[in-house]
Write a protein that binds this ligand. Structure first.
Ligand code: NAD
Length: 206
């Protein structure tokens, strides 16, 4: 299958999370308009996305929740799972490890890295924190393909370069420092301040 647009992949991930909650509360079928209402988007958008992955519901019952969860999983997960490392085991790095722990079967955080001797060789929510100087060795040994960057902004560029050299294919950058990566590396930047400022702009009184 051709690569899907990244906004579609984002929505598929949101559909799956919403469907899992629906399934947990005993719902086995769901209509596109119900899914749309839960995510504050249009039902046309939901139908378009789900058609794009080759699935359709029935007029009478809508989508089969379990089937749709499985199909989304086949599209967005990789068959053998993917391993993730967190670089910078500070406040944010630890929060991410704690939050993520046990949530996804196909995506697992398997290593943390830091430069602070108080953090190295300790376990955080089941994840071992290595010395940064073992970055390339552990990434290659563990076959880690994704890195989450939660180091101070001043170190971000240098660490990203090291990650790319070590063979990382995807970086989720939480630092406020924008990064440049080669075209074979996928970059996702998450900036909480931008999100908050955007919100504040729409909320402010004129
Ligand atoms: P923190 O100071 O608590 O943690 C930073 C950690 O990185 C520390 O454990 C430190 O020892 C480690 N570190 C320092 N240099 C390193 C290096 N070269 N290699 C590996 N580890 C190194 O900071 P924090 O609050 O966890 O924030 C971390 C980053 O995330 C900062 O860049 C911050 O601006 C950013 N942040 C982003 C958001 C967001 O929404 N995007 C929110 C909060 C923080």
């Amino acid at each position: 299958m051709k690569k899907l647009p990244d906004k579609t992949v984002e929505r598929l991930s949101q559909y799956r999370r919403t469907l899992l909650i629906a399934l947990g509360s005993g719902k086995h079928h769901i209509f596109s308009h119900e899914l749309a209402a839960m995510l504050h988007i249009t039902s046309v958008q939901v139908r378009r996305d789900i058609m794009l992955i080759g699935y359709s519901g029935t007029l009478r019952q809508g989508y089969d929740v379990k089937e749709l969860i499985e199909i989304i999983g086949k599209i967005i997960d990789s068959k053998d799972g993917q391993k993730v490392a967190v670089i910078g085991i500070g406040n944010l790095g630890r929060a991410i490890i704690g939050y993520f722990s046990g949530k996804r079967t196909k995506l697992s955080i398997v290593a943390g890295f830091d430069v602070n001797p108080d953090k190295i060789d300790r376990v955080y929510a089941g994840v071992w924190c290595y010395n940064l100087d073992r970055l390339a060795e552990i990434i290659q040994k563990e076959n880690i393909s994704i890195a989450v960057l939660t180091v101070p902004a001043a170190d971000a560029t240098q660490i990203a370069d090291q990650l790319i050299l070590a063979g990382i294919k995807g970086i989720l950058n939480f630092t406020p420092r924008p990064l440049n990566v080669p075209s074979n590396v996928y970059l996702e930047e998450y900036d909480m301040i931008t999100s908050l400022e955007k919100l504040a702009y729409f909320v402010k009184k004129v």
